[in-house]
Design a binder for this molecule. Structure first.
Ligand SMILES: [Fe+2]
Ligand SMILES: [Fe+2]
Length: 317
């Protein structure tokens, strides 16, 4: 049996991979400016500066678009919590440290541009938004106590970046505003590049310490939670977003979990020993169950939407 590597040893071994992927990221990441994505000419003062305060009829967004925008923005707002987790688990030195800083700076743009857009277009109530941000950021988010360490952290962020990409992209679609769509596609493109960085690091970790990485991966995926947990109305909003195809179980499985597992060759690998094998079996059973749950969810949603459509058709125009 091989000896487990410590976190420090893993970071040292993967330093060249971090460097290579940092350079790759810097060479393809596009610089963009939040102000180029906000329709400033739609803006006007609020009451404190002699204008008019927000009222629901000023918003051009549907309820689902508002909920998805708020959920995605509050998720972005908790950047200090994610920074803390990443900075704590990655090294401050060399390519690791540069990545942590660069990634944090890129992520910060997402919250800036979405908030500017929502306030200028009066898409949501800015007072309620600020109250929700205060609650959400004060709560913060931390990794579950049984995760711990670099391996679970890097596995988690791989899936998390891809999940936010899906969520932003689909939110752009329901906003029914080309300006919002363009902004959210821009953010989604960033999330994709972030995902690739973490996916490559995690892939290299699987090659370096297959069993250790597999055990962490199984832990992370079976307890995967969107970081919105603790947000006001998170459960209700999550259900609404799933119902309207912003982020649901089917997308979680088909667009987030499975493509990454495939990229890492998880179910074909021959380099696991007993602990890795056991974790892979557990993950295999989990994925199968997720498949059944996703199909059941789709059937229920189809029935619910058909019922609502029939009710709508019976109502006089
Ligand atoms: Fe982001
Ligand atoms: Fe990201």
């Amino acid at each position: 049996m091989t000896k487990d590597l410590t976190q420090l040893e893993i970071l040292r071994e993967l330093q060249p991979v971090a460097e290579e992927n940092l350079n790759r990221h810097l060479s393809i990441a596009k610089d963009w400016h939040p102000h180029d994505y906000v329709p400033w000419d739609e803006g006007r003062n609020f009451a404190a500066m002699g204008g008019v305060d927000w009222a629901p009829e000023q918003s051009a967004l549907s309820e689902i678009a508002r909920v998805a925008m708020i959920t995605n923005l509050l998720t972005e707002d908790n950047l200090p919590s994610y920074h803390r987790e990443i900075a704590h688990n990655f090294s401050q030195d060399g390519a690791w440290g540069t990545w942590v800083g660069r990634w944090t700076a890129e992520e910060n743009r997402h919250g800036i541009v979405m908030r500017d857009y929502l306030v200028v277009t009066r898409g949501v109530d800015p007072v309620a938004l600020e109250q929700a941000r205060m609650i959400h950021m004060t709560n913060g988010v931390s990794a579950p106590p049984n995760w711990g360490g670099f391996l679970s952290n890097v596995a988690y962020v791989t899936f998390q970046e891809l999940a936010t990409r899906v969520s932003h992209r689909n939110t752009g679609r329901v906003c029914d505003d080309p300006v919002a769509d363009r902004m959210l596609q821009r953010i989604a493109a960033d999330e994709n590049l972030h995902m690739i960085f973490y996916r490559n690091i995690c892939g290299a970790a699987l090659d370096l310490v297959p069993d250790q990485a597999m055990v962490s991966l199984n832990l992370v995926l079976t307890f995967f939670m969107m970081p919105g947990l603790g947000m006001p109305n998170f459960r209700r909003n999550g259900v609404l977003m799933a119902k309207h195809g912003i982020y649901d179980l089917r997308q979680h499985l088909d667009e987030v979990v499975l493509p990454v597992l495939k990229k890492w060759n998880i179910f074909e690998r021959a380099d696991f020993t007993e602990p890795g094998e056991r974790a892979r079996d557990a993950l295999g059973a989990f994925v199968e169950k997720l498949e059944q749950d996703a199909s059941r969810f789709e059937e229920q949603r189809d029935r619910m939407l058909a019922r609502e459509a029939a009710r709508g058709a019976r109502q006089p125009a």
